[in-house]
Design a protein around this ligand. Structure first.
Ligand SMILES: NC(=O)c1ccc[n+]([C@@H]2O[C@H](COP(=O)([O-])OP(=O)(O)OC[C@H]3O[C@@H](n4cnc5c(N)ncnc54)[C@H](OP(=O)(O)O)[C@@H]3O)[C@@H](O)[C@H]2O)c1
Length: 326
């Protein structure tokens, strides 16, 4: 089968590209999936350059999310031909991932495809969409059901899908982005206002700022998240899922003790399969947005390398859908 492989060379160097390898054999409680679509995420890009926080076992196939159908099953929960979906757990980290014609995984990682959405559509959301849905679910279930929501890293995968879903749900969406030239794109997908990243940080100089936002979906961490917390209204909620700006968070306690603000962590990787299935069902129904196709660049296995370079440089816009077969 064809697969996108990362190999470790000498001197801690890595090289990656498409190769032919054997189709894997499955063991007890595993399934073999014939892949239709996968996608690209920031984490895949980190794996492709040997980032040890993501992947330590080489050679390795990247791809943290996948759709397709069961080809072989050693589990009573799945039969040949079932349409399925896998995101996260160890797939694409130290277990070979979805950038291949076939992938084998433990059956406990696998969800049946929800009704009302195709393989291709669900992979346009992929892990980024799942993370956006889990983040928005936290706002809704913690009482943030209307008002102004700030979304950071807005042109990225998680950010752009969050903007679109929040717009569909009737929120007023304020996007923060580093890309001035992408303001029209952000407005097209559902942002009511766009603030440039540097302007936002320069304006946020006091320990607390005036109350502005009912909620924040943060995908970047660092100074932007620290500043965003200062603007959250009384009883508001911020979710935190990413670190493209920084893994550090230098903040103060005022938003928490004076305004009752809650900061909620999002993990789409190890979330229980039931929680993932519930979020996928929302994506197939209430959270389904027409604009998501506009966020998507469809590529093949041979174009992954170039796309990884863009993701690593922070130059990617929207999502990359990887078509394996129809
Ligand atoms: N917790 C989870 O389960 C989970 C799941 C998925 C992803 N993540 C994490 O969430 C983050 C976003 O993922 P993604 O797939 O959306 O990534 P992505 O598509 O690469 O987008 C990241 C966005 O962050 C912004 N950005 C880039 N460099 C930045 C910098 N130096 N400072 C501030 N903003 C910067 C850019 O948007 P603008 O130019 O528009 O600002 C960029 O498009 C990543 O850290 C990823 O690892 C976590």
């Amino acid at each position: 089968m064809k697969a996108y492989i990362v190999e470790k060379l000498e001197d801690r160097k890595f090289k990656s590209g498409v190769q032919d390898i054997e189709v894997p054999n499955i063991e007890d409680n595993e399934v073999l999936i014939k892949v239709t679509y996968s996608s690209l995420n920031f984490k895949d890009a980190l794996s492709s350059v040997g980032n040890p926080g993501v992947t330590r076992v080489f050679p390795h196939v990247t791809g943290i999310d996948v759709t397709g159908s069961i080809e072989e099953s050693n589990s009573s929960n799945f039969a040949k031909g079932d349409k399925v979906l896998v995101t996260g757990y160890d797939m694409g980290m130290n277990t070979n991932g979805g950038h291949a014609e076939y992938v084998k995984v433990p059956a406990s990682w696998v969800a049946k495809m929800p009704k009302g959405i195709s393989d291709k559509e669900i992979m346009t959301y992929g892990t980024a969409g799942l993370t956006a849905a889990l983040s928005i679910n936290e706002l809704l279930s913690n009482g943030v059901t209307s008002g102004d929501i700030l979304v950071t890293g807005a042109t990225g995968g998680v950010g752009s899908i969050s903007v679109s879903i929040l717009n569909k749900l009737g929120f007023n969406v304020i996007a923060i982005s580093g890309k001035e030239e992408k303001i029209p794109f952000l407005k097209e997908i559902g942002a009511n206002e766009v603030i440039l990243r540097n302007d936002f940080n320069e304006q946020s100089i006091k320990p607390m700022m005036g109350e502005k936002y009912a909620g924040v979906i943060d995908t970047v961490g660092g100074e932007i998240l620290a500043n965003a917390l200062k603007y959250i209204k009384y009883d508001g909620v911020a979710t935190c899922c990413g670190l493209t700006s920084s893994h550090e968070l230098n903040t103060n306690v005022f938003p928490f003790i004076l305004r009752g603000v809650r900061l909620i962590g999002i993990d789409s990787v190890e979330a229980k399969i039931e929680k993932k299935i519930a979020a996928w069902e929302k994506i197939a129904s209430d959270f389904k947005v027409d604009t998501v196709e506009n966020l998507t660049n469809e590529i093949g296995l041979n174009e992954i390398k170039e796309a990884y370079a863009k993701l690593l440089e922070g130059k990617a816009v929207g999502r990359y859908l990887v078509k394996i077969v129809d």
